[in-house]
Ligand binder design. Structure first.
Ligand SMILES: *[C@@H]1O[C@H](CO)[C@@H](O)[C@H](O)[C@H]1NC(C)=O
Ligand SMILES: *[C@@H]1O[C@H](CO)[C@@H](O)[C@H](O)[C@H]1NC(C)=O
Ligand SMILES: *[C@@H]1O[C@H](CO)[C@@H](O)[C@H](O)[C@H]1NC(C)=O
Length: 424
């Protein structure tokens, strides 16, 4: 606002005369007045605008807070962020690094999206400190963002651990986690795997970790035996959800959760049922070859355009109320599939936002993998069928299904027999 009270200027007034002096005084006073008027009117406008802005902004925030579902309230979210930052600082102090990044799903999502893990073999693995400083910079950007994508957590998977092996990957380089979801009472199957293809985990230079994933049982006898087994072998991860066929998806989520929390620097994760034989060396060389083409993939037997079973009573009956679409997304057979750890992290994050279907393979390798944009690669060497339980057959296969513990032992003994001769 330009208030011109006078057109007179100093130069037009004689500097010598008394009249001239008074004129100059007048001009000076007027100028001062002008200036004040200008200033105060600007300030009024400025303050009014600021007040309006602040009140609009806070009204908006209050409204958003009111309207958001409980788990998505910005205020709760900000608090969670503060907690995570605090945890990150505590973690750096105590030297353990990975828990903090994964305590809040959206933080993890951001982390995975912005900073795919170093799965670059020539890059050295991030040390705890570097990890935290990366995390801190991501957090800083996160804090400054007003709009946070609103997604509702429907599957928090907040089960506790009855048995866990949190240090299975600490202090060593782990390339592959062999994860075996297993029925809580499948003691002999687990033992057969430990003594055969699971043995690769006992040689440090293989950089392989073997873990079994179990749910819980109300049967005290079985639980006691599991406790003894966990104590003896140190390879049991048991969560509190009920161990049942319909809860298999929870077990697979437990697997990707575990690797996200405790082994995010590994490169590959295998998920194999406990009635599978796995040719581990063949699996690893296949995965490494694929990894050279890119760090994000899943691999197994691909099912294309499968239809949900809509007949009541069928083992895989899927009511439309649970899954509406005509076709399942393309998915990998749940008997055995492998993925990169980057893929596992993404699946874990997506699992927060999608209610589990009881078909774990459709859920994880179909629906979640679609949402997480993880490419699925079909490899015929992962056999979801029963193949002849002989060393010769498994020489050219990565996996085979429906094997009894005895068959698993037989295949293994033959496959690693130096005198094995196979017909071409
Ligand atoms: C943040 O931490 C405090 C104290 O540990 C806890 O009571 C609160 O529930 C946490 N808030 C969120 C949103 O996680
Ligand atoms: C892998 O890491 C090395 C060292 O940090 C870097 O020079 C190289 O460009 C990276 N390669 C890829 C594909 O990111
Ligand atoms: C799955 O686990 C949950 C959590 O323990 C339990 O409430 C539910 O009954 C289980 N479902 C089945 C079908 O066993």
């Amino acid at each position: 606002m330009e208030l011109r009270l006078t057109t007179t200027t100093y130069d037009s007034v004689s500097p010598v005369t008394e009249k001239g002096r008074r004129s100059r005084e007048m001009i000076f006073k007027r100028r001062t007045l002008e200036c004040c008027v200008r200033l105060s009117s600007n300030r009024v406008v400025f303050i009014a605008a600021a007040l309006l802005f602040v009140s609009c902004f806070s009204a908006m925030n209050v409204l958003r807070d009111r309207l958001s579902p409980p788990s998505e309230k910005p205020s709760v979210f900000r608090e969670a962020m503060r907690n995570v930052t605090k945890a990150a600082r505590l973690d750096t102090a105590s030297g353990s690094s990975h828990m903090s990044a994964t305590q809040h799903p959206r933080l993890l999502l951001r982390y995975v999206k912005e900073k795919p893990f170093p799965h670059n073999k020539s890059a050295s693995h991030l040390s705890g400190e570097k990890y935290i400083s990366d995390l801190a910079s991501i957090l800083a950007r996160f804090h400054s963002r007003v709009a946070v994508r609103a997604r509702r957590v429907v599957n928090a998977h907040s089960f506790n651990y009855i048995n866990n092996v949190p240090d299975a990957c600490t202090g060593k380089t782990v390339e592959t986690l062999l994860g075996v979801p297993s029925r809580v009472d499948s003691f002999t199957q687990r033992q057969a795997i430990r003594e055969t293809w699971g043995q690769f985990s006992t040689v440090d230079t293989n950089k392989v970790v073997l873990l079994f994933f179990l749910g819980s049982t109300r049967d005290k006898n079985i639980q006691e035996k599991v406790a003894v087994e966990a104590q003896k072998h140190g390879d049991i991860v048991q969560e509190t959800f009920i161990d049942s066929y319909r809860n298999l998806s929870l077990k697979s989520v437990a697997l990707v959760r575990w690797v996200s929390l405790y082994c995010p620097d590994s490169t590959f994760v295998l998920k194999a049922d406990d009635d599978m034989y796995i040719n581990v060396p063949r699996l690893l060389s296949r995965l490494r070859a694929q990894f050279d083409k890119g760090p994000l993939f899943m691999m197994g037997t691909l099912h294309l355009n499968s239809r949900p079973f809509r007949t009541k009573g069928h083992k895989w009956f899927m009511p439309p109320s649970e899954y509406r679409q005509k076709l399942y997304p393309n998915y990998l057979s749940g008997t055995a599939y492998a993925m990169t750890t980057t893929a596992a992290l993404r699946l874990y994050v997506e699992s927060f936002y999608v209610r589990p279907l009881f078909l774990e393979d459709v859920y994880l390798t179909g629906i979640l993998a679609d949402k997480a944009s993880v490419p699925r690669i079909s490899d015929m060497e992962f056999s979801a069928q029963k193949i002849e339980p002989t060393g010769c057959k498994f020489k050219t296969h990565i996996s085979g299904h429906h094997n009894t513990p005895e068959e698993i032992r037989k295949i293994h003994a033959e496959l690693f027999d130096p005198d094995l001769r196979c017909k071409k």
